[in-house]
Design a protein around this ligand. Structure first.
Ligand code: 9Z3
Length: 401
């Protein structure tokens, strides 16, 4: 099926999310406001998507992404003067509040009572005001100021989604709303979108049962019974009469193709991310995605090193450009594997018979040789976004020539 056909097949067969009209009117007024002042607007997608197993959803498939990349990048885009549509998985990390949320950074740990804390007694009316603990004052003031600036100047629009279907409907709507921005529009697709989903006609309406339900309770009107679709292992019924669950997923329509070919504004810049776990294939997969969709930039990252290194894969020279946080400035990460920094680049070079560099020993910022060193902080997004802004500026200049 041609892309356009599979697009309409998808969007005709699924009900749009309930919040779509509300989000559309919010997006339109936000975009109009920034078109007026000729401001650049970036759509940042962030967090994972869920794949429901039932229509009345009790269970779903999810992925690891907490939305750190998206929320952090949004802050650096705001710092660069962009207005940001932050299209995020509901309850994932948000710009600014990410510094004080989730259990690793609980906001309560940053606070105290101003007067010496009396022994806790819920009846004690002699309460002091709540204040930020001294050692966090400067950092929190800085975050608070930036957050308030973004809010007061209408620079940040938050649009949530949960399922992969909501993601697709809302992405299409947002991209089309961005048309009046022309080359001032930037798409930064950092969300971890599921590649697979369960089509509606194969989805159980009710909670999938793990044991037999008597005939008189089962709903024979369902197009396809839940039992016939997901549960396998009929041949080897366990003594407990519980069953295996076999999930059969279809590929998600190639939304990036639709975005590039139709939904996005003329002259806009489209940046996608490619996530891999195997260093040997990262660059190859990023290059393949760039060729297939003919957009402007693929940012490749490995799950294990994503906080310390990424690769920019572009259609023009230098084609492959590594961005790394120098060793001395790398944040500690429990899930990350620092030993793997440099492996994907070395694997690629070995494949093309060029000696690998030893980037993890090199703290010197370099520019123009395919490496960029950290200028500030240890968040890799502080390096990614300024480089991206330069590329976007070049595209705008070319478009206007
Ligand atoms: C990314 O690669 C992001 O950088 C991460 C960020 C999801 C790794 P965290 O939320 O992680 O900061 O923990 N996003 C894109 C992943 C993706 O699914 N890309 C698709 C693919 O690889 C293409 S659009 O096929």
């Amino acid at each position: 099926m041609a892309h356009a056909d599979s697009e309409s097949a998808y969007f005709n067969n699924y009900p749009p999310p309930k919040a779509l009209p509300k989000h559309e009117s919010l997006a339109k007024s936000f975009i109009d406001y920034h078109v007026e002042s000729n401001r650049r607007v970036v759509l940042v997608t962030s967090g994972g998507t869920t794949v429901p197993l039932e229509n009345q959803t009790v269970r779903f498939i999810d992925n690891f992404s907490a939305g750190t990349r998206g929320a952090t990048s949004a802050e650096y885009f705001l710092q660069e003067g962009y207005a940001v549509i932050f299209f995020h998985r509901q309850y994932s990390l948000l710009p600014y509040s990410r510094h004080y949320s989730h259990s690793t950074n609980c906001f309560l740990d940053f606070m105290d009572e101003a007067s010496p804390t009396p022994l806790y007694n819920s009846n004690n009316s002699d309460h002091g005001p709540i204040k930020v603990r001294n050692k966090y004052q400067d950092e929190m003031r800085d975050v608070l100021r930036k957050y308030r600036y973004a809010k007061q100047n209408n620079r940040l629009l938050l649009i949530p989604y949960t399922t992969v279907s909501e993601y697709l409907f809302e992405l299409r709507m947002l991209a089309k709303c961005m048309k009046p921005l022309g080359p001032n529009a930037l798409f930064y697709l950092a969300a971890a979108v599921s590649d697979f989903f369960i089509p509606r006609d194969r989805m159980a309406e009710h909670k999938i049962q793990s044991s037999e339900i008597p005939k008189e309770f089962s709903n024979n009107d369902e197009a396809v019974g839940a039992e016939d679709i997901y549960t396998g292992g009929f041949e080897q019924k366990q003594a407990t009469s519980s069953k295996k669950l076999v999930v059969n997923l279809d590929p998600v329509p190639k939304f990036l193709q639709q975005l590039v070919d139709g939904w996005s504004p003329e002259g806009s810049m489209i940046v996608s991310f490619k996530l891999e776990t195997d260093p040997n294939i990262l660059v190859y997969k990023a290059q393949t995605a760039l060729k297939r969709y003919a957009h402007h930039l693929v940012i490749g990252n490995l799950l294990s090193t994503r906080k310390w290194e990424v690769v920019f894969v572009t259609p023009d020279a230098p084609y492959e450009r590594w961005i790394r946080v120098p060793k001395s400035r790398r944040s500690k990460s429990i899930s990350g594997v620092e030993d793997q920094v440099g492996l994907a680049e070395a694997a690629k070079r070995a494949g093309s018979q060029i000696a690998p560099s030893t980037p993890e020993d090199d703290d010197t910022p370099k520019e123009g040789d395919g490496h960029i060193g950290a200028r500030e902080g240890s968040e890799i997004e502080s390096l990614i976004i300024p480089e991206l802004v330069k590329l976007h500026t070049n595209m705008i200049v070319k478009f206007n020539q």
